[in-house]
Design a protein around this ligand. Sequence first.
Ligand code: NZQ
Ligand code: ZN
Length: 388
Amino acid sequence: MKGNFTFHNPTRLHFGEDAMGHLVGELKNYGTTVMLSYGGGSIKRNGIYESVMAALKEAGKKVVEDAGVMPNPTYEKVMEGCRLVRDNKVDLILAVGGGSTIDYAKAVSASAYCTEDAWQKYWVRQESPECPTVAVGAVLTMVGTGSEMNGGSVITNRKEGFKRGKVFGTALFPKFAILNPRFTMTVPQYQMVAGFFDIMSHLMEQYFAGTADCTTDYINEGLMRSLIHASRIAAKNPQDYEARANIMWTATWALNTLLKCGKGGDWEVHQIGHAIGLVTDATHGMTLASVSLPYYRHVMHDGLHQFVRFAENVWGVRPEGKSDEQIATEGLACLEQWMKEIGVVMHSSELGVSEANLQQVADAVLILPVGYRTLTRDEVVQILRESM
Ligand code: NZQ
Ligand code: ZN
């Protein structure tokens, strides 16, 4: 293990079938006005809305409703939320939903009292808030992003032509998060498996970086193995509580800052995925699934030792009599097999990427100078073509 790091995660997380029982107690730590942010209405159909409203009532809160947070939340919607926060002097933003709603809540929290252009400050210049922020709490209903226990906030700005992530500091992490695996049982199969791949992608983005022997990689391998095992069960039987609970817990640890300790990261698959999301509005996890194999096959030779380790320790590939390249290639073939088994999108053309918009997607890709290889724009185009 090399490098220096500070690990601090301030989110208090309540997990399990009884987790909602903690909501009233959590709410009592904040002032009277709560903005309830949620998506397009799934929480009204599955009964989560009523449970949350009952807790808000019991805690004596005044509720400001903020519905309609869309998947891939937009900056325009963030600005609307900021107005609601200011007009109502909101004390807590309670985000009930998936990563989009929680990311949105953090964006509103940091932007409501920002005196500068918040898009430029946070998502372009990547600065920290200097203004007062509003506390965020979360009730998670869809598994994948890890937003429930991190500072990530991914926002789409169509006017500027970018979908960009900002990782805020610990002050913007949800103060508390309620995780009941039962709440995720109504997520449609397509969204569910997209979430599974998002988790795998977070694990791989952090695994495929660095050369040191690092405890963090062993933790990561354990999480990947748990995810692969449980996702095979859940893809066949989404109502399997044990599998869904394991996946929910894995998702949180996959992106709550633990796995970057002592390591760098790659995150180029996410940059390409965000560009596809910007142009097609496709589901986040599926954008990642569609480009991962072409990307990893492209960079495999630059980080061969780690792809060998991935093959042996995650997929159980036997090394005897094989070259490193053969072992690594076999590992990626196992990844491909698993992706087909759980049923994720294998081609970006299925999401709407075509020769007609390929250059637009490529223009929106942020190329990061980290990972095993820094891509050129031509390589981005090549990977996108191979993904179609
Ligand atoms: O809007 P509603 O009606 O609630 O429906 C949602 C939405 O259509 C539905 N859904 C959620 N819970 C449900 C449910 N449907 C039935 N039953 C339930 N219990 O699922 C759909 C997708 O929800 P969304 O929140 O968009 O999904 P996800 O959690 O995958 O979030 C995706 C967003 O998070 C960002 C992505 O880029 C994308 O914008 N990410 C955030 C990260 C972070 N904060 O660290 C990291 C990730 O890499 C990712 O980039
Ligand atoms: Zn992701």
